[in-house]
Ligand binder design. Structure first.
Ligand SMILES: Cc1cc2nc3c(=O)[nH]c(=O)nc-3n(C[C@H](O)[C@H](O)[C@H](O)COP(=O)(O)OP(=O)(O)OC[C@H]3O[C@@H](n4cnc5c(N)ncnc54)[C@H](O)[C@@H]3O)c2cc1C
Length: 430
């Protein structure tokens, strides 16, 4: 989709209120929210997702979207387009630590299991597993009906200059775009972040994650589960039924060398490994369709902005995906940034001014750091095999599983229903 506004100042030079590099899930959400309020936005992406044929097999990249993300996407006008495509509600979520007998056999009883059930908090579901392409296509559809957004793709960016008064994005075909504000929503290897010289702390985990899409027997599932092991979690996410066949997504965290070996196996050999290793809860796998591996790292910028430039989503932070929170944090970034910029516009403030951008950083930095620390807590706690700690955490899991107020509170937090929310997540008018 290449849509150029007629209001461009000259054939090769244009001015917008906001330039966004990256039209992925987070960048497209920010564009929608600002564009819906009449703010003039240009979005640049070097690729655009292909349309999704109705009976196409499920994509490899999927995300568990929280209720808060659902509401944000609904307010932005993307959700109806997404439900027209496909998504899978999950009503239950189970977590436990895999335990073995002294002679190495996996214990089948799950006394240490914590089960979260949407019915306990009177909700129809805990969230939805959605293919990333579906979310992106839904947002692009919403962007199409918004005249103040110019989405330019595919592009090759020649230069990003954030040193002058107004940030500049120059394309390799010579076109120059100036903005009052430049948003970097260009993912973990953000070029905007580098151009702006925003420093980032990075820590690699000693694990990678193998993701596989499988066809399963037994019909559509409504549960997502995760079993912790010393080498990393083993997880299952339900996917939609397509043409009467059921699917699931397998996520297997392990040391990078083991993930490399697993990736090299034939489909049949990988299925055998999954059956041998994964918990008995794994539905029978009929066929393995696609697999891929993703490195996982904790990254967080120490400052979210400098005058005229701001970062959102993975450009500002990446998190261990073990609780599926990455893009949910990104949508929170998007919703707060939209709210603060719309407000600033109404007050005739400069969108790129440090006073405005500081408000956004204040709304997001501590929250994102907290979620990262919680994920680190899980990672380190479950990687540790010390006897007393193991006993303590399993007793804790068993106890937590029986204490409904604790479970209910955790559920609300995971669904994005706890804590201070941006207006787009509560359905309030901006
Ligand atoms: C294995 C795995 C599982 C995950 N599961 C979940 C989950 O269940 N739930 C969840 O919430 N999160 C999950 N995440 C995290 C989630 O995928 C990311 O947080 C999310 O994709 C970030 O979105 P984004 O829009 O910020 O960045 P990206 O998705 O990386 O999008 C960046 C966009 O910018 C464009 N771009 C980049 N550079 C340029 C450039 N120079 N010029 C033009 N365009 C550019 C790209 O083409 C892309 O469209 C998972 C991550 C992994 C690795």
């Amino acid at each position: 989709m290449t849509k150029i506004n007629v209001s461009a100042q000259s054939a090769s030079e244009s001015h917008y209120d906001v330039l966004i590099v990256g039209g992925g899930m987070v960048g497209a959400a920010i564009a929608c929210g600002l564009g819906n309020q009449g703010i003039k936005v240009a979005v640049f992406d070097h690729t655009e997702p292909e349309p999704l044929p109705e009976n196409a097999l499920p994509e490899l990249r999927v995300s568990a979207l929280s209720s808060a993300s659902e509401e944000i996407l609904r307010q932005l006008g993307a959700w109806p387009h997404m439900t027209e495509m496909r998504m899978t509600p999950y009503r239950r979520m189970a977590v436990w630590e895999k335990l073995h007998t002294p002679w190495g056999k996996e214990l089948s009883s799950r006394s240490n299991r914590v089960m979260f059930d949407a019915r306990q908090i009177n909700q129809p579901q805990l969230g939805f597993i959605v293919e990333n392409r579906v979310t992106q296509l839904g947002l692009l559809e919403a962007i199409r009906s918004c005249p103040s957004i110019t989405f330019i793709s595919p592009v090759s960016i020649e230069r990003i200059d954030t040193s002058a008064n107004r940030p500049l994005v120059e394309l390799s075909d010579g076109r120059r775009f100036y903005g009052d504000l430049l948003v970097g929503a260009d993912g973990a290897n953000s070029r905007v972040r580098q151009a702006a010289g925003l420093a980032m702390e990075q820590r690699d985990y000693e694990q990678q994650c193998l993701v596989a899409t499988v066809e399963i027997e037994g019909g559509a599932q409504d549960i997502t589960w995760q079993a912790f092991t010393p080498t990393g979690p083993e997880a299952f996410l339900p996917l939609p039924d397509i043409d009467g066949r059921s699917y699931g997504s397998i996520v297997w965290y392990h040391q990078p060398e083991k993930v490399r070996q697993l990736l090299a196996l034939s489909n049949d050999a990988l299925i055998k490994e999954l059956v041998k290793t994964f918990p008995a809860e794994l539905p029978k796998i009929v066929q393995l369709h696609e697999r891929g591996a993703f490195p996982i790292a904790r990254r967080h910028v120490s400052q979210y902005y400098r005058p005229g430039v701001v970062l959102a989503g993975d450009a500002a932070h990446t998190i261990n995906p073990l609780a599926g929170q990455g893009v949910n944090l990104g949508f929170q970034d998007a919703a707060w940034l939209i709210e603060i910029l719309v407000d600033a516009c109404r007050q005739n403030e400069n969108l790129g001014s440090p006073q405005v951008l500081k408000r956004y950083e204040k709304a997001r930095q501590a929250d994102n750091a907290l979620m990262m620390n919680v994920m680190d807590g899980f990672y380190h706690t479950f990687s540790n095999q010390s006897g007393p700690l193991k006993l303590f955490r399993n007793a804790g899991l068993a106890l937590a599983g029986k204490m409904s107020p604790v479970v209910n509170q955790v559920m609300k937090y995971a669904m994005g229903l706890a804590g201070k929310q941006p207006k787009l997540a509560t359905g309030e008018k901006l």
